[in-house]
Design a protein around this ligand. Structure first.
Ligand SMILES: [Fe+2]
Length: 318
C-alpha cells in the first residue's frame, strides 16, 4: 500500500473570511492564519483567496520514501512534472489544475467517538435518561475532511491519473466507471471523479460523529440560511454513509457524513463487493437507500457552473 491518507485540502474562494468563519461557527478551530483544524487534526482545511471557487490543493500522505520515488517515476512516465524535496512530492493535477502535495507520513489517528446510548426493541441501553442529542444540543466538533468529489468532462483521464499514476484504489464504479469511487484510506471513498459540465469541485465532505451529529449540524446550517440546504438527510448506497448536503458561503457544496463503509481487506472487498459497472437499476447503486430518492439538478450542475467555466477558460484551463 503506497498512498495512505488524505491529510487536508485547500479551498480557494473569492471571500475566504466568510467561509472560514462559517466553519468556526460549526466547531472547527483556527490553528494558524487561514487554517482550520479539528480536535485530532490541527490542519484540515486552508481557505485562501481565489478568483473563483475551487479546490486549490489536495494534500496526501504515503508510507515511505520508496513510495514517493515510485509515484514520481509514474508521474514522469505519464508526462506530469513533479518535484521531490526531502520527503515531499508536489505536482499539478493535469485536468483540474490544483496542486497535489504528497508527504511521507500518515493522518493523525482519530479518537474513537463516544458512542451515544441508543435504545432498541428489547434492548434498554439508555435507562432513566433522555437521548444524548436531546440533552446536548451542540453536536461534538467535526472530525475531519473525509473525501472530495470532483466533476469534469475529462472524467476518464482524471480517474486514470488518480488510479494508475498516483495509486488510488478503486472501491466501486458506476456505468463502466464513468463515476469512480476511490480510496487511499480505509474509507470507501476519499475521492470520487464523475462527469461534469466543466471541471469543478462538486463537494467536500466533513465527517461527524454519528447520524445525530449529521442532523444537528445540518439543522444548524439551515437555521442560519435556509437557502444553504441542498439534499438530505439520507443514507447513500455506495459507501453506505449517512449524508446531508449543504452549501458554504462561497457556494461550495459540502456534505456532513457519518458511518461510511470501512475497507480494511482490499482482497475481500474486491472479491465480494466491488463492481465497476453499477447502473442504479439493481444492487446498492442509486443515490440513496432512504431519504430523498434523487438529488436536485444543482447537485450535478451548480448554479455558478458557467462562471467557473469562464474563470477557468480565462486561466487557460478547461
Ligand atoms: Fe460525498
Amino acid at each position: 500500500m503506497a498512498l495512505n491518507g488524505l491529510l487536508d485540502i485547500e479551498l480557494a474562494v473569492p471571500d475566504p473570511q466568510a467561509t472560514f468563519d462559517f466553519w468556526l461557527r460549526r466547531g472547527m478551530t483556527q490553528t494558524a492564519a487561514g487554517v482550520l483544524g479539528t480536535p485530532d487534526r490541527p490542519v484540515q482545511m486552508r481557505i485562501t483567496e481565489g478568483s473563483y471557487r475551487h479546490l486549490s490543493t489536495m494534500h496526501l500522505s504515503c508510507e515511505s520514501e520508496a513510495d514517493l520515488a515510485a509515484i514520481a517515476k509514474r508521474l514522469a512516465e505519464a508526462g506530469v512534472a513533479s518535484e521531490v524535496s526531502d520527503t515531499t512530492l508536489s505536482c499539478t493535477d493535469p485536468v483540474f489544475g490544483h496542486v497535489i502535495v504528497i508527504d511521507v507520513g500518515s493522518p493523525h489517528p482519530l479518537t474513537p467517538s463516544q458512542h451515544r446510548a441508543f435504545n432498541g426493541p428489547g434492548e434498554q441501553v439508555r435507562r432513566n435518561d433522555r437521548a444524548d442529542a436531546v440533552m446536548n444540543r451542540q453536536p461534538p466538533p467535526p472530525r475531519r475532511v473525509g473525501h472530495v468529489v470532483l466533476a469534469t468532462p475529462d472524467f476518464k483521464r482524471s480517474a486514470d491519473f488518480y488510479v494508475d499514476t498516483l495509486g488510488f484504489r478503486v472501491s466501486d464504479g458506476m456505468f463502466n466507471r464513468m463515476l469512480t469511487f476511490m480510496r487511499v484510506e480505509s474509507d470507501h471513498h476519499n475521492l470520487l471523479i464523475q462527469p461534469g459540465p466543466t471541471s469543478y469541485l462538486n463537494h467536500y465532505a466533513i465527517e461527524v460523529d454519528d447520524i445525530d451529529a449529521v442532523g444537528q449540524f445540518g439543522t444548524a446550517v439551515i437555521a442560519e440560511d435556509p437557502a444553504a440546504n441542498v439534499v438530505g438527510i439520507g443514507r447513500h448506497n455506495l459507501g453506505s454513509n449517512v449524508f446531508w448536503y449543504l452549501t458554504d458561503p462561497a457556494g461550495n457544496m459540502f456534505e456532513f457524513f457519518s458511518d461510511m463503509d470501512q475497507i480494511v481487506d482490499d482482497e475481500v472487498w474486491d472479491r465480494v463487493h466491488r463492481r465497476d459497472d453499477w447502473d442504479g437499476k439493481d444492487g446498492p447503486a442509486g443515490f440513496s437507500v432512504w431519504g430523498p430518492k434523487d438529488p436536485p439538478p444543482e447537485f450535478i450542475s451548480p448554479p455558478d457552473v458557467k462562471q467557473i467555466a469562464a474563470a477557468r477558460e480565462a486561466l487557460g484551463l478547461r
